[in-house]
Design a protein around this ligand. Structure first.
Ligand code: C2O
Ligand code: CU
Ligand code: CU
Length: 511
């Protein structure tokens, strides 16, 4: 960790000498006079339905044979409410899976027992600013932060992770992450595999040294610009992950919890994947895919009937090769073996849910979308419209009105905007806090078609999302509504090394 932070500081130092700010003075960001939001609490007489404590601590866990690995992890405890609100993943550094029901009031006491500041963000959740884990809310070692919020989101697979500025990548890499699963009535009404047939698969990549310790940031500037790529896949914190199933339909909840690796997931027998859900919960109807492109922070849910092959058969989730970004090789992601015959499962329903989708015609700016360029500034730092993160500032184009529906357009300039010579082209997984959006359009420059095609067929743009992958040379439009809460939120690249170097900005929702 120390090595990494020195490298990062050197790097930022250099970037500043190069003159990071390309700001046009006419639209300089304004410093906000916002007081820090204080935990809202719940209305008089309403107590939380679930009260949890979550502690971030250093620990040592057995990941590989031999030496234990030093990690940082979340430890949870149910203080009041159903004990099923927390589900531990055995033998894992991952935090407990938090299970909640839509409408429940949640109180979480976050205790920071790490040797550095941190704060927790509930990724994908529609919560007030005080509960969103903005980096300006970080707490020091030994301190506690109280989160109070009501679960307003649809049933689905969400997650939580740290969000201190400049250290999110390092802290997530050290092990701090967990799933946050929301259940609701709509989902209860349809017949999907549940209990032992509902399996989370958190995919991450890591590098271990010869002492079994995690290695991060060893390639310095290269890791910053490209993002960290590990050489070993872990599922739910475990290497060589192996799942034993019955010959039954299963619901698999996949989270790409990697810092920057993109996956191109497929079954090794060539059978299609049945996608039933995305970041924001179930799709209206299942979507069949030959492979799935899963960018950092994205979730995808698949339905799979392991009864097809019968007992003793196996079916493995693999990564198919693609052009660039560390995708050149085929490797195994998760091995699945059918160990028991049991055919009591129900078939996949044709209709999964009903969405109240937005209509682009209702967007206040549908004729002139708010646009954001993703590019490299000064040859060494990824930016959003030429800007890097400022803790308390928003530019004029980063202020939206409460209850407005808007079109946002992200344009990933080929070569990072540096032209063909010396440029760097990378896809950026763009994430907005506090809401789920729709992906409504992708326009790709003809010059970048080739690399694009090896991944674009695996994109699932249907349904609700909080993170969208924007390829080099591509313009992606999303439709987002800013509801219920005013205040300061974030949008950023979820390549965590990009985020840490400042490819992150505030947006402000004003009444
Ligand atoms: Cu999962 Cu601001 O991020
Ligand atoms: Cu988030
Ligand atoms: Cu990025």
């Amino acid at each position: 960790m120390t090595k990494e932070s020195i490298t990062r500081r050197d790097f930022l130092g250099l970037a500043q000498i190069g003159g990071v700010s390309l700001l046009l003075s006419a639209c300089a960001p304004k410093k906000l006079q916002l007081p820090l939001p204080t935990p809202a609490g719940f209305p008089e007489g309403e107590s939380p339905d679930i009260e949890l404590s979550l502690t971030a601590i250093p620990d040592r866990v057995q990941i590989l044979p031999g030496n234990k690995t030093t990690v940082w992890r979340y430890q949870g405890k149910v203080m009041s409410g159903p004990s099923a609100a927390l589900q531990e993943i055995p033998n894992s550094y991952l935090g407990p899976i938090i299970h909640v029901y839509k409408g429940q009031r949640i109180r979480i006491h976050f205790h920071n027992q790490l040797p550095e500041p941190s704060i927790v963000h509930w990724h994908g959740l529609h919560v007030p600013p005080a509960a969103d884990g903005h980096p300006r809310l970080v707490i020091d070692p030994g301190e506690t932060y109280q989160y109070d919020f009501t679960v307003m989101d649809r049933a689905g697979t969400y997650w939580y992770h740290p969000h201190p500025h400049g250290r999110t990548g390092g802290q997530v890499y050290a092990g701090l992450a967990g799933l946050f699963i929301i259940h609701d009535q709509d989902e209860d009404l349809i017949d999907l595999p549940s209990g032992e047939y509902d399996i989370p698969l958190v995919i991450q990549d890591r590098i271990f040294d010869s002492e079994n310790q995690l290695v991060y940031g060893s390639r310095g500037m290269m890791d910053q610009m490209m993002g960290f790529l590990g050489d070993r896949i872990l599922i739910n914190g475990q290497p060589d992950f192996y799942l034993q199933v019955k010959s039954q339909p299963y619901r698999l909840r996949l989270l790409n919890g990697s810092n920057s690796r993109i996956y191109k997931l497929a079954w090794d027998d060539g059978s299609p994947l049945m996608v039933i859900g995305t970041d924001g919960g179930l799709l209206e109807k299942p979507v069949e895919k030959e492979f799935i492109t899963l960018a950092p922070a994205q979730r995808i849910e698949i339905w799979e009937d392991f009864g097809q092959g019968g007992s003793g058969s196996s079916k493995n989730l693999i990564n198919l090769p693609f052009d660039g970004y560390g995708g050149q090789v085929t490797y195994s992601v998760a091995k699945v073996t059918v160990v028991k015959s049991d055919s009591s499962g129900t078939p996949l329903p044709d209709t999964l849910s009903v969405h109240k989708m937005h209509d682009i015609k209702d967007a206040v700016n549908h004729l002139s979308p708010r646009s954001f360029q993703l590019a490299i500034a000064s040859g060494m730092v990824w930016t959003l419209n030429g800007r890097t993160f400022e803790m308390e500032e928003v530019a004029p184009n980063e202020i939206v009105k409460l209850n407005d529906l808007e079109v946002w357009e992200f344009e990933n300039l080929p070569g990072g905007g540096m032209g063909m010579m010396g440029g760097m082209s990378l896809p950026h997984p763009i994430h907005l806090h506090a809401l789920q959006f729709q992906v409504i359009e992708r326009i790709t420059a003809p010059s970048t078609q080739e690399g694009w095609q090896s991944l674009s067929d695996g994109l699932v743009d249907e349904g609700w999302h909080d993170t969208v992958l924007v390829f080099p040379g591509e313009k992606v439009k999303i439709l987002a509504k800013f509801e219920d809460f005013t205040g300061l939120y974030l949008y950023h690249c979820h390549n965590l090394e990009h985020e840490d170097m400042g490819m992150m900005r505030n947006y402000l929702v004003e009444a």
